[in-house]
Write a protein that binds this ligand. Structure first.
Ligand code: EPZ
Length: 451
């Protein structure tokens, strides 16, 4: 039993995918196409907020409680990270209690940073709390090199000294000082690391060209409830009056907008009728407008969204951009819907260098997508047929599962550990909407799943 008194997390919850993402066990999702998805998904807390809130709790020397935390592999990895740093953590029924009041360690271990590059988000809080940090370089992943130069230059602007050697970033400072920190690009992670570090910087810090994602606003709200003085979160200029001691707080994570878009698309491609609830709709406006342009009926209620494909889907062009632009985390899933549309669509990926890795796998299922640099040309309509495919990353895996929902026959999506990193019980949620899905652990489905 974990210290929380709950059964130990199962392998798929802890993302037992080894250090290099090569599963120490085989794990796949078997999807049989042809079912209409109908029903409602009560959204989990946002992965891309929860992980940062967990890191931010280190800024106080008192316990904090974070609610609506999804039971996903990345959360369990971050729990391991916080414990490695010396915090006490319990996790029960979506509620995390983090007590960082003991003496914290100043080194974030390689194997955890390698497993989840988002671990870099502990750098800001560690420097703020301890005045020093040693963090393994996160390295790249399937969607790009995932550089951290904006994080480093920003901390230097706040007075930190940084050395990179032997694959580690060593940060030291004798007191952070407020400064104007312009970002070359509205990086989500850099904005978050600098926002957290700035709470300990004497004087005022202004982050210019800051990211505007809803998860930034959620983090700022948590920090302010801890006693931080922050203005402008959600805009491209955030001002922080640092130097105030922070105390513990209680906070509920915002709903996961990417999970919302994923399930809405699963409904649309199957000609179904899916609603998501617990969301603040303004965070998906461009995505919803693109669905409407495809001929999808989208109804927005108070914290609910419903999407129905009332007829053949129409092609649309999509360019991913920082928020409030079209979210890059919905790009792969959206290409499945475009593959069914009656015409050709152009998808331009402006955020990551290599976020078309799933295209080859989608084409194995019968999609007709060609890529050139940052552009993908998606021809439709295509009749998808089931086969064995390999998830290249989290959102690519979700896209392959969505394709399997509409493909003729069975599709086996291998690399399910990628999906388990960011979606809470993905198979259970799809089955509850009427999908014919089966989680296969420890082996792959017999023979080719294409028949
Ligand atoms: C966050 O990644 C999310 N991850 C990503 O979600 C999301 O796709 C991304 O923001 C954009 O919205 C988490 O929140 C854990 P960035 P992050 O810094 O912070 C370049 C998912 O599927 N860059 O905004 O890493 C970088 O290479 C994940 O849930 C630099 O060049 O995103 C990339 O091309 C995937 N130097 C671009 O900016 C830097 O110092 C966007 O990166 C930092 C970033």
């Amino acid at each position: 039993m974990t210290s929380a008194g709950r059964p130990r997390p199962t392998a798929h919850e802890t993302g037992d995918a080894g250090v290099n993402g090569v599963g120490t066990e085989r794990r796949s999702l078997l999807v049989r196409g042809g079912r209409r998805l109908v029903g409602e998904v009560i959204l989990a807390g946002a992965k891309n907020s929860a992980l940062k809130l967990m890191a931010a709790s280190l800024l106080a020397d008192e316990p904090s409680t974070i609610r609506r935390v999804p039971r996903i592999a990345d959360v369990f990895t971050m729990i391991e990270m916080l414990r490695a740093l010396g915090a006490e953590v319990t996790f029960d029924d979506g509620e995390l209690r983090i007590d960082p009041s003991g003496q914290l360690n100043d080194c974030a271990p390689y194997e955890l940073v390698r497993r989840m590059r988002a671990s870099i988000i502990v750098m800001g809080p560690m420097v703020a709390r301890l005045g020093r940090a040693t963090i393994a370089m996160p390295g790249g992943c399937n969607i790009g090199p995932r550089r951290i130069d904006f994080h480093i230059r920003g901390l230097q602007k706040l007075g930190a000294a940084i050395e990179i050697e032997h694959g580690f970033i060593k940060v030291t400072c004798d007191g952070l000082r407020g400064a104007v920190v312009p970002l070359d690009y509205p990086s989500v992670g850099a904005t978050e690391n600098l926002l957290m570090a700035a709470t300990a910087a004497r004087g005022t810090t202004v982050i210019e060209n800051a990211a505007r994602e809803p998860e930034i606003v959620d983090l700022a709200k948590f920090l302010m409830s801890m006693g931080a003085h922050i203005e402008g979160a959600g805009s491209s200029s955030i001002a922080i009056e640092g130097g105030h001691a922070l105390h513990g707080a209680i906070h509920e994570v915002i709903a996961d907008r990417i999970e919302a878009g994923t399930y809405l698309l699963a409904g649309v491609v199957t000609g179904g009728d899916v609603s998501v609830s617990g969301l603040n709709p303004p965070c998906l406006e461009l995505f919803l407008n693109k669905l409407r342009a495809m001929g999808v009926q989208v109804d927005e209620g108070d914290r609910t969204i419903r999407a129905r494909a009332l007829g053949p889907l129409q092609p649309v062009d999509v360019s991913t951009l920082p928020h409030p632009g079209f979210a890059t985390d919905l790009q792969a899933q959206f290409m499945v819907a475009l593959s069914l549309a009656e015409g050709t669509s152009i998808v331009t990926e402006n955020v990551f260098e290599n976020r078309f890795a799933v295209v080859d796998e989608l084409n194995r299922l019968g999609a007709g997508i060609t890529t050139s640099g940052h552009h993908a040309v998606v021809s439709g309509p295509r009749q998808l047929t089931g086969s064995v495919v390999e998830a290249p990353d989290l959102r690519g895996g979700a896209a392959l599962a969505i394709a399997g929902l509409v493909a003729e026959g069975a599709t086996e999506v291998r690399g399910l550990h990628h999906i388990d990193r960011g979606y809470e019980v993905f198979d259970v949620r799809l089955a509850a909407l009427g999908a014919d899905v089966e989680r296969i652990e420890g082996r792959y489905a017999a023979g080719s799943a294409g028949r």
